[in-house]
Design a binder for this molecule. Structure first.
Ligand code: ZN
Ligand code: ZN
Length: 443
């Protein structure tokens, strides 16, 4: 009997000790979680280091790692996922970036970052700023496509025109407030034959970012924001240059028919690029005000339609940690919990619930501490004895160890009765799951 699998990721779920809460946001609210506690009390629990203990993962690397992809060889760069999340198709030779609309202050010849999200600039303002900047790029006849996505986020695609491009260039975003916007440069280890392409790409992106500051800093909407005491979105700062690569599909890797429910563009991009089927949910925004009820209904719909692996992503937990809103994060976790009831009533099911990394509500950034994780199944499994789900309890009642990203899928698959015994080879293909059988012997 192969059970179906639901894998829930509450982005940036783990956290640090917050003095006002006398614990992490999850610990603060853990005793009140009705449905998640139902899952953990029947399930295994432990701690997850999506990349490695002490390494703060980005969301895309964490997800790829948990889905069983080898980051050293299969990670195409964040820009690629952002572009696919926006429904954009990358063509051969194009380089995609994720960018933020940020607030910078001119100091001498440099631009110092004051707010990496321009006060989480509102969608209509950000949209208008980027639309107007498009005109400037056109006037300068630059081979680039630019799109606003959600709040301060956007995607930028460079197109090869005056020679080939390369994604082997450094980020312009130092990821730290108080630091200057960086000049993009070729990676130190760029092969000789790609160096010129990398230089060309870096020169182009540096030029675009200079232009963005010159134009956006004088923009009427930004002057208005300053007058209202809000930080202006006066520059675009790109990072995560990437080029399209061929990733083995998730279904091929794990032998499941997979679907996903997500609101944030990055997560849609990751899931789309590995070939998961999208279950669209109206009002699933990737923001704190999202349609949680609709998202859970989307999971049930996917299971009804015959998908045997469903990935559900909820972003708000991470966003609130970046904004250092620890109490709101705790309240949001409780709100998510209230919507999970229908999942706890499913039969022949395995449910995994975790975060893709810890995000500190004290520091407002991703940290390398492991994340609590639970593996529930309605029949079998191995109850850990934990009565409530939290960082503390997943350490105290840990019955799986500190696992890494690549352990997540095998554990889910094994609980679902879908893993082959290691060493068996019933197919010429090298796969870990049951079901990839070779041709039958003919008489
Ligand atoms: Zn994340
Ligand atoms: Zn984050």
């Amino acid at each position: 009997m192969h059970k179906r699998i639901v894998f829930i990721v509450l982005d940036g779920l783990g956290d640090e000790y917050i003095p006002q809460l006398k614990g992490t946001p999850l610990e603060y609210v853990s005793k009140e979680l009705i449905n998640i506690n139902k899952l953990v009390s029947r399930g295994l629990c432990g701690l997850l280091a999506p990349v490695s203990v002490g390494i703060p993962p980005s969301s895309d690397t964490a997800h790829l790692s948990m889905f069983g992809y080898d980051l050293a060889v299969e990670y195409p760069g964040r820009g690629v996922f952002e572009a696919y999340g926006e429904g954009l198709e990358l063509k051969e030779g194009e380089v995609a970036f994720r960018f933020n609309l940020e607030t910078v202050e001119k100091k001498g010849n440099h631009l110092i970052i004051r707010d990496r999200r321009a006060g989480r600039i509102e969608d209509p303002i950000a949209e208008k700023l980027i639309e107007d900047f498009k005109r400037v790029l056109k006037e300068h006849d630059l081979p680039v496509e630019i799109h606003h996505t959600v709040e301060h986020r956007g995607t930028l695609i460079l197109k090869p025109r005056d020679g080939k491009l390369s994604p082997k260039i450094s980020d312009m975003d130092p990821h730290e407030v108080g630091q200057p916007v960086l000049q993009s440069e070729p990676y130190e280890e760029t092969p000789e034959n790609e160096l010129e392409n990398a230089k060309r790409t870096a020169d182009l992106i540096n030029r675009i970012v200079r232009l963005s500051y010159e134009f956006l800093n004088d923009h009427e909407l930004n002057k208005q924001r300053i007058a209202e005491g809000k930080p202006p979105g006066n520059i675009i700062v790109p990072r995560g240059a990437g080029m399209k690569t061929k990733l083995r599909s998730f279904s091929e890797k794990w032998g499941v028919k997979a679907a996903f429910v997500a609101g944030g563009p990055l997560y849609k991009g990751v899931a789309r690029l590995i070939g998961m089927h999208e279950i669209p949910v109206p009002g699933a925004t990737g923001k704190v005000k999202t349609n949680l009820k609709g998202k859970v209904e989307g999971v049930l719909k996917a299971l009804d339609e015959g998908y045997d692996f469903v990935f559900l992503h909820i972003k708000g937990t991470d966003t609130l940690s970046h904004d250092k809103k620890s109490l709101e994060k705790a309240q949001f976790i409780k709100k998510i919990d209230e919507h999970l009831e229908p999942l706890t009533e499913l039969k022949d099911i395995v449910i995994g619930l975790t975060g893709d990394h810890s995000t500190s509500s004290l520091q407002g950034k991703h940290i390398g501490l492991p994340v609590p994780i639970l593996f529930y199944t309605d029949i079998g499994g191995r109850p850990s004895g934990a009565k409530a789900f939290s960082e503390h309890n997943c350490a105290k009642y840990n019955n799986i160890g500190v696992i890494r990203g690549p352990d997540v899928m095998p554990l889910l698959m094994d609980l679902a009765g879908r893993m082959n015994e290691f060493g068996l080879r019933p197919s010429p293909k090298r796969v870990l799951y049951i079901g990839a059988f070779g041709r039958p012997l003919s008489l």
